[in-house]
Write a protein that binds this ligand. Structure first.
Ligand SMILES: C[S@@+](CC[C@H](N)C(=O)[O-])C[C@H]1O[C@@H](n2cnc3c(N)ncnc32)[C@H](O)[C@@H]1O
Length: 440
């Protein structure tokens, strides 16, 4: 390893475990607080990594997150004045990320808040604006009426960016006031007695979320202004997020010198169900206010987004899939082949997920320049009570492309929203940050 690479490696490895474990991290941080999206990356953990890798690159940085989620990676990059580009299959991630990466004028946001509050309070109509199967299961009548008043007030706004901002506040309101439990990402109704005795108002919730979000966005914009990244009311570099399936294609011709991401871990149908989490808010938000290029009938069922996400679909014959993917990862082969019958069937889902992850890497790599860095945060999980070593498997997938692990870090994770059943807590209590360097 060259002297310079050794130096970069040692500066990355010098990041303290306190920082990596996010011990000093405030959950009210802007990047996380606008909407509580599942499995968000911790900005204070990403920040030193992004910062040190950009110092090592020593040139203008173009940052790519192919699994954008809540875009915490992208907004961290923006603090350093980077060009940022993100893609995600979940329309709610796109809406949230568009809002977080857009420059909003503080005064206009403050005026918006007052105007929208007034319009909502003057609306006495009881008309319900949305209908879908099971609406009465997921929302009480009172909440439907209140959400409809919010909906009408948002639609009155002429500026699309302002509407987007308001839809995000409405999405968080829906998360907090629907009959769906907030303790898991999967759709799971609260007990009837709890629903009947709950004192919850969508209007009050919306007003307080809106106030919090105005403040958080203004705080973030102030950081960008202080750091000199805003000129003439615009972010000085490019910041773009698009809807897209990373397993099919990357929707840009751009190339990048830094990739920082955290993929799903292959449990998006069972535990971290990004799609189910998004299903209720997406019922209320018009698609034309998110992205007209969305090629997914995401409201068809509660399973639609998760089914189309990495590892969720059954396309090719599993025999063919395993033949191809086992050649690239011996760890995966050993894991899957230890099982029989039903357990083997369950393990096949891991093969399918890794196969699609590998295919996604194929789509990303042509967009990564020579000497670019790729930082992947990935955790292991349990299937059939045995650990799937996603960390080792990922490194084998890169090794197959002649890309060695540059350096790796480990961090403790503590998530209050993860169920502790299914041996989940043991294996998911640690996560790896694996850094690769594309040399050719
Ligand atoms: C762990 S989250 C990403 C966290 C994010 N990097 C951050 O900074 O907070 C994983 C994301 O991958 C997305 N995803 C899953 N399958 C996908 C696919 N085939 N194409 C694009 N995004 C996908 C999910 O919708 C989810 O938002």
């Amino acid at each position: 390893m060259s002297k310079i690479n050794k130096h970069i490696k040692s500066t990355i490895n010098s990041i303290s475990s306190e920082v990596l474990n996010g011990e000093n991290y405030s959950r009210s941080d802007f990047a996380r607080s606008i909407l509580n999206y599942p499995a968000m990356m911790v900005p204070s953990v990403q920040e030193p990594i992004i910062q040190k890798l950009s110092e090592a690159l020593n040139t203008e940085v173009s940052l790519f997150d192919p699994f954008t989620g809540a875009s915490n990676t992208l907004v961290t990059g923006m603090k350093y004045g980077m060009n940022v580009f993100g893609q995600d299959i979940n329309p709610l991630s796109i809406l949230l990320s568009q809002v977080k990466t857009t420059f909003y004028n503080a005064e206009e946001l403050n005026e918006l808040e007052i105007r929208v509050c007034n319009n909502i309070q003057n609306d006495k109509s009881k008309k319900i604006e949305i209908s879908f199967v099971n609406i009465n299961k997921w929302f009480t009548k009172e909440i439907q009426i209140e959400l409809s008043r919010i909906y009408r007030a948002i639609r009155r706004e002429v500026n699309k960016d302002m509407r987007k901002f308001l839809w995000v506040a409405m999405a968080e309101t829906i998360r907090l006031t629907s009959n769906d439990r907030t303790s898991t990402f999967k759709m799971h109704m609260r007990p009837i007695e709890e629903i009947n005795s709950r004192q919850v108002s969508a209007l009050r919730t919306f007003f307080s979320v809106m106030t919090k979000n105005v403040k958080n966005i203004n705080d973030f914009i102030s950081i960008l202004i202080q750091n000199g990244h805003i000129k003439n009311g615009q972010y000085i570099k490019q910041a773009k997020v698009v809807w897209g399936d990373t397993n099919s294609n990357i929707k840009t011709n751009q190339t990048f010198n830094l990739l920082v991401t955290s993929p799903p871990y292959g449990d998006n149908q069972t535990t971290v169900t990004y799609g189910q989490f998004s299903y209720l808010p997406l019922q209320w938000i018009p698609v034309e206010d998110i992205d007209n290029n969305i090629e997914l009938e995401y409201l068809k069922s509660t399973q639609e987004i998760d089914g189309k996400s990495l590892g969720g679909r059954i396309k090719e014959d599993i025999k063919i899939i395993e033949e191809k993917i086992f050649e690239k990862s011996n760890t995966l082969k050993k894991f899957v082949c230890q099982f029989k019958d039903n357990e083997r069937k369950k393990a096949e889902k891991v093969s399918r997920f890794i196969y699609e992850l590998d295919n996604s890497i194929d789509k990303m790599m042509p967009h990564m320049r020579e000497n670019s860095f790729l930082a992947w945060t990935i955790g292991n999980r349990n299937v059939n009570k045995k650990v799937v070593r996603n960390d080792l498997i990922l490194s084998e997938l890169f090794l197959f492309r002649n890309i060695d692990l540059f350096t790796g870090l480990e961090r403790d994770i503590l998530s209050k929203r993860m169920p502790t059943k299914n041996n989940f807590s043991n294996t998911m209590s640690k996560e790896s940050i694996l850094i690769y360097k594309k040399t050719t």
